[in-house]
Design a protein around this ligand. Structure first.
Ligand SMILES: *[C@@H]1O[C@H](CO)[C@@H](O)[C@H](O)[C@H]1NC(C)=O
Ligand SMILES: *[C@@H]1O[C@H](CO)[C@@H](O)[C@H](O)[C@H]1NC(C)=O
Ligand SMILES: *[C@@H]1O[C@H](CO)[C@@H](O)[C@H](O)[C@H]1NC(C)=O
Ligand SMILES: *[C@@H]1O[C@H](CO)[C@@H](O)[C@H](O)[C@H]1NC(C)=O
Length: 248
């Protein structure tokens, strides 16, 4: 009697531990993609873009996001609806984020909606490696300042001047300048030219160290792509500057 009770307890405990193990290993990802975008390419499409109400972003790469990913190419998302974005937790980071992580979506916004989306979809999945909301945003902003992609490309003669460049030259320049081989994603301008939209680099689970990518994102670029300017008013649907705000 006594021994069968402890046996059933042992089995229950074993099953509980097995279940726990499945839950935990499912929620831990392998690495992050740190994704930056070129605003000129985001904006000169048929769909166009909107500047945030804080003003026109710099002619520089800006952050799209920091995305947990598995080595097999899939990724977790929307991991914790119980922890929605809370702006007051990143109040000390807002001015940096406005510069480095601007929203270009329409309608014009104060960027919060974009950050909120990135946190809910991707950021909550990094809670499994111990990052809270403040750490997630701080690490992402710090990563941006570690590698100056625009400078690296310009040093290799690859400039946002509207001309076409070999994707292999772009990849080589970034590998040489940063030490890491990037993933590249493209979109189309209004005349259907393929252009450089996003650059992916990989980061370890601490969200502080760049690593060689375990797997590169599927590239949708042809061998040559345009690197468009991010000039005055180019393809802007709703121009919002501090002097002429457009909140629509
Ligand atoms: C990829 O790996 C994760 C974690 O091991 C797993 O949960 C997921 O089902 C895998 N996806 C595919 C498509 O194999
Ligand atoms: C947001 O964070 C602040 C500061 O940590 C906290 O006081 C507040 O209760 C939080 N708000 C919500 C809705 O969780
Ligand atoms: C572009 O961003 C990098 C990384 O944050 C920064 O070091 C650099 O000064 C910026 N360049 C310009 C032209 O804004
Ligand atoms: C670009 O690629 C083409 C075709 O592979 C090659 O002939 C050309 O030399 C490359 N240009 C540069 C600047 O690497």
């Amino acid at each position: 009697m006594k021994s069968s009770l402890s046996l059933s307890m042992f089995i229950k405990l074993f099953l509980l531990l097995a279940l726990l193990d499945i839950c935990v290993s499912k929620s831990v990802f392998d690495f992050f993609y740190f994704v930056q975008q070129w605003p000129g390419s985001y904006c000169d499409t048929k769909r166009s873009c909107c500047y945030p109400i804080t003003g026109k972003p710099a002619s520089n790469f800006s952050i799209h996001g920091l995305w947990p990913n598995y080595n097999n190419g899939s990724w977790p998302s929307d991991c914790n609806p119980k922890h929605p974005f809370n702006q007051s937790q990143i109040s000390d980071l807002v001015s940096r984020a406005q510069t480095s992580w601007p929203s270009l979506g329409c309608p014009s916004s104060n960027n919060i909606k974009f950050w909120k989306h990135e946190w809910s979809k991707h950021g909550t999945c990094s809670e499994s490696v111990g990052l809270d909301q403040h750490a997630y945003f701080q690490h992402t902003l710090d990563l941006k300042d570690q590698i100056d992609l625009l400078q690296i490309l310009q040093d290799a003669g690859i400039k946002p001047d509207g001309s076409f460049y070999n994707v292999s030259s772009i990849e080589e320049a970034i590998e040489k300048g940063s030490g890491y081989f990037p993933g590249i994603r493209c979109n189309f301008d209004a005349s259907r030219n393929s252009q450089l939209l996003e650059i992916y680099l990989c980061v370890d689970k601490s969200a502080t160290r760049f690593i060689d990518c375990p797997i590169l994102p599927h590239s949708n670029c042809p061998s040559q792509v345009e690197f468009p300017t991010f000039g005055a008013d180019s393809g802007i649907l709703q121009l919002a500057t501090p002097s002429s705000p457009n909140y629509i």
